[in-house]
Write a protein that binds this ligand. Structure first.
Ligand code: E4P
Length: 235
């Protein structure tokens, strides 16, 4: 399963890229609103310098012409831009127009497998069901991932399922087991996946034992040196 980071924070993206586990990036207007000092275009261009994996840039317009205008603009920023289009009647039309133009897309704000099926048929390259937001309203978000993965596989659709709105490491494991092609995770979830109390304790214990062993090795040498110095002084 490919792992994307769900952020517009350049430092977070750089960090995960350095770990060697970054396959792409998803951004949205809310994530961009948390950044400062750069325009959305500048943020996207910088992200595309860090990774050559898919980078999703979300349109704001709610009419087809507006979506097309914004999406074409984003697509010119870099070859790896995927235009993120929300599920709606106008969104579907925009997706099929982008497909005809060869512009890659990510259909966002999916909450049912049927919405994903429509997006796939309209030509979306990536299908983004929001797991956490469904869990928030007491529905099982992972069921949509499982259903959509099955639909894509049974009907040999070309789109990939991207598990979005991931809130914790368990979501990542479940999405991977469900066969999701991609999951996009907040930086915090990447960090949570790295750490385990037993790993951290184990590292600390190994360090402590190593230091103890080195001190034990150093002691006889120090004692011998002390004896030699003593005999030279005639004591
Ligand atoms: C996906 O592309 C979205 O940006 C994101 O996963 C939404 O997550 P949230 O529900 O935590 O805002």
């Amino acid at each position: 399963m490919k792992l994307f980071i769900d952020t517009a924070d350049i430092e977070e993206i750089r960090t995960v890229a350095r770990w060697g586990v970054l396959d792409g990036v998803t951004t949205n207007p809310s994530l961009f609103a948390k950044t400062s000092g750069m325009t959305y275009d500048e943020v996207l261009a910088e992200i595309c310098r860090i990774t050559d994996g898919p980078v999703s840039a979300e349109v704001i317009a709610d009419d087809v012409d507006g979506m097309l205008r914004e999406g074409r603009h984003f697509a010119k920023l870099a070859d790896n831009i995927y235009v993120k289009v929300p599920m709606s009647e106008t969104g579907l039309e925009a997706l099929s127009r982008f497909r005809a133009e060869g512009i890659k897309t990510n259909c966002t704000l999916l909450f049912t497998a049927n919405q994903g099926l429509l997006a796939a048929k309209a030509g979306a390259n990536l299908l983004s069901p929001f797991v956490g937001r469904l869990d928030d309203i007491n529905q099982d978000g992972m069921t949509v991932i499982r259903e959509l993965v099955s639909i894509v596989e049974i009907h040999e659709l070309e789109s990939e399922v991207l598990a979005a709105s991931i809130r914790n490491p368990l979501h990542v494991t479940q999405a991977a087991l469900a066969g999701s092609h991609i999951a996009t995770l907040p930086f915090k979830v990447f960090q949570q996946m790295v750490h385990h109390p037993l790993t951290d304790q184990g590292i600390a214990q190994f360090r402590k034992d190593w230091d103890k062993a080195r001190q034990a090795l150093a002691k006889p040498a120090a004692t011998a040196a002390g004896r030699a110095a003593g005999s030279r002084s005639g004591s």
